[in-house]
Design a protein around this ligand. Structure first.
Ligand code: CLF
Ligand code: SF4
Length: 297
């Protein structure tokens, strides 16, 4: 359930399938996988797969150039009239690939000005790109925030790549947390709608996420999306999380309920792939691979 929203905000989310529970029945989103590199390592990410920021481990997405991404978007927009949002969510971190990400947004704003632009990031590089995001009219940003305590963070992130150096352990988590919180504040100050995604990792950050929810709400995040860790042996090594289990659906719901005080909780997330296409939960990505797109043009 959504807490009462001012009219202008309602209008800004009414056709965004993730920001509005109601909209997800009627509007579609697509992701273009233009961002291969990442600037951090999450224990739960196996880099062969899509970004677990927003997506579940699965088949590797087909990497697109900005030009291919635009071509694909135009073809999908013609085939799926409910398409309202174009998101960049991986397979790495969009802001660790700023040329490719912003070139895509720039071309799209030109060729498909009616499509809303959305981006999801781990937040490390966020403060330095807030201006540019605002300049590109990106009205919706998701930050994956799994902790605000570096001791918790040290169990989730083995390292980050920061100012041309690899930083490890607690010091790495400290920098990442600081950048995420700063980025959140800067976006809110610009009037951008910020959603926070958190991956619930039993025994690591599950209890802690209640505190995270309060803090990001106080800083002006619009929506909190607590997603379950997807731990499955067939997806390969989980680095420091070897043997880590996923939460049960009951545990997930209990945590979402506990967070839902003043905060709007997203309950309809489908943990999309970095190349998802269609209504949430109806992934039509396979219909729009680049070879098919080229043939349809
Ligand atoms: Fe994509 Fe993410 Fe934008 Fe939505 S997905 S970049 S906010 S347009 Fe949505 Fe998918 Fe959940 Fe993400 S259901 S994984 S919350
Ligand atoms: Fe993987 Fe995303 Fe974490 Fe980067 S931010 S390591 S791509 S889950």
């Amino acid at each position: 359930k959504m807490h009462a929203l001012p009219e202008d905000i309602r209008r800004r989310i009414e056709n965004h399938p993730c920001y509005s529970e109601e909209a997800h029945h009627h509007f579609a989103r697509m992701h273009v996988a233009v961002a291969p590199a990442c600037n951090i390592q999450c224990h739960y990410c196996n880099r062969k797969y899509d970004c677990a920021n927003e997506s579940r481990p699965g088949v590797v997405s087909e990497l697109l150039t900005p030009e291919q991404a635009v071509k694909k978007t135009l073809v999908v927009a013609a085939a799926i009239p409910q398409l309202s949002v174009l998101g960049i969510a991986g397979p790495g971190d969009p802001l660790a690939n700023p040329e490719r990400t912003f070139a895509t947004f720039r071309l799209l704003a030109e060729k498909a000005p009616d499509i809303k632009l959305c981006v999801s990031t781990n937040g490390l590089a966020l403060p330095q790109y807030v201006e540019e995001l605002a300049r590109h009219n990106i009205d919706h940003v998701t930050i994956t925030i799994n902790c605000i305590d570096p001791d918790v963070g040290a169990q989730i992130y083995p390292w980050i790549f920061w100012r041309n150096k690899r930083v490890r352990g607690r010091a790495a988590a400290e920098i990442l947390i600081e950048q995420q919180q700063k980025g959140l504040e800067m976006l809110v100050a610009k009037g951008v709608l910020v959603k926070v995604n958190s991956v619930m990792i039993p025994g690591v950050n599950d209890e802690h996420l209640k505190e995270v929810s309060k803090v990001v709400k106080a800083k002006g995040a619009f929506l909190h999306n607590v997603m379950p860790l997807i731990a499955a042996a067939e997806h390969g090594t989980f680095y420091g999380l070897m043997g880590q289990r996923s939460p049960t659906p009951e545990e997930l719901k209990a945590l979402q309920d506990a967070c839902e005080g003043e905060m709007n909780m997203m309950r309809h997330c489908r943990q999309c792939r970095a190349d998802a296409v269609g209504l949430l939960g109806e992934d039509r990505g396979a219909e729009f691979t680049m070879d098919k797109v080229e043939a349809m043009e």
